[in-house]
Design a protein around this ligand. Sequence first.
Ligand code: ATP
Ligand code: MG
Length: 437
Amino acid sequence: MTDAAKTATPAAAQGALQAVRGMNDILPDEAPLWLRLEDTARRVFEQYGYRFLRMPIVEPTPLFVRGIGEATDVVEKEMYTFEDKLSGESLTLRPEATAGIVRAAIQNNLTYERPQRVWTHGPMFRHERPQKGRYRQFHQLDVEALGFAGPEVDAEQIVLLARLWDALGLADSVTLKINSIGDPADRRAYREALTAYFLQHFDALDDDSKRRLSTNPLRILDSKNPEMQSLIEGAPRMLEQLGTEARAHFDGLRKWLDLAGLVYEIDTRLVRGLDYYNRSVFEWVTDRLGAQGTVAGGGRYDGLYESLGGKPTPACGFAAGMERLVLLLRETGKTAALAPLAYLVHQGDAAAALAWRLAETLRDAGYDTVLHAGGGSMKSQMKKADASGARFAFILAEDEARNRSVTVKWLREIGREQQTVPMDGLSAWLAERALSV
Ligand code: ATP
Ligand code: MG
């Protein structure tokens, strides 16, 4: 995305149209990492029985106002809201997926007969100041368990993420934080205690926090302002004021996580940016992406169904930021990109025809093969073969065409001699070397 911005400048100077600020192209050079992330996530989520669903990107604005909460950053200042020209209805580009999933579940009676594990992924939109790891169109992986009350499902989602980090090679780069923000009644009492505390220190609050004091004092705990940190450190802790049921739920969550052997930090200041959460909240964080260190966050939202007009239904879920995960894969050198197995170069009309057929035969056998197109000298074709990332160049020039053979060149292994293989035997030659798909 930064590369795109760089190369975009000359075109912009010539008056070419540009993408909206904070909304990025994902170009072919970068796409392999995205695809790996998507494929790996899908495999892991399916292992746990989560099923895919996809919702519209545009929803009625009240869904988010009621779902996410009026006094949140997202609803107050980050939503792309517009009036439908024909109906006059207020619509919003989704800033997150949970509210839409719950809307879809209610509307389609998804949890009428049994609970459901579901997941989705796709673009979200928030009007934030663009910076590394923070964009106006970004992408999330989103996992929700609808209709489950017990803490083992909260734990399951956390463990599933641990498995995802493992599969991506990121296990050493992230750590887990958990907390409980209690049930609404616990939170009312806590809110009062918190308000009293911050009122005592009113002059030390920044402007944002002064405003939050009356609308949503819990959000003060989430402030990223360094000057606020020691004050926040001294604030009363929700965890010490949990009611009996929320306490039991939290102890349960810890028990299941311990049973899975997961290491976690209890962060009593962890709240989350959206209002619908209760009880368990969690975040997976990294220290390798600067201020944008949260790669996944979620928790329980037992009240959301009702606030959207559905029957009371306990649920929990999380969202993971895909741009941040792709950045982290880069940062930690986990960039092994998907490359074709072979790049087929050819010279002359007879060789071109043979190469055309050979490429199809190789693909039939499951070997990813790029067939050179566009002519050019052997030298320039070999350069393209190298740049493709392929492991082999298969060369078909006039000699080879005459002999019905292929010259095989190893492009990645230094010191391996090139060799000649009969064209008909090339798939078998690859199979013998166990170079399967
Ligand atoms: P942050 O505190 O970083 O603003 P958040 O609490 O607003 O995050 P959530 O709404 O919980 O984030 O979204 C879940 C995840 O989606 C985040 O942890 C992050 O990885 C990603 N995310 C959220 N907003 C953005 C954004 N503007 N650009 C890129 N990724 C984002
Ligand atoms: Mg945010």
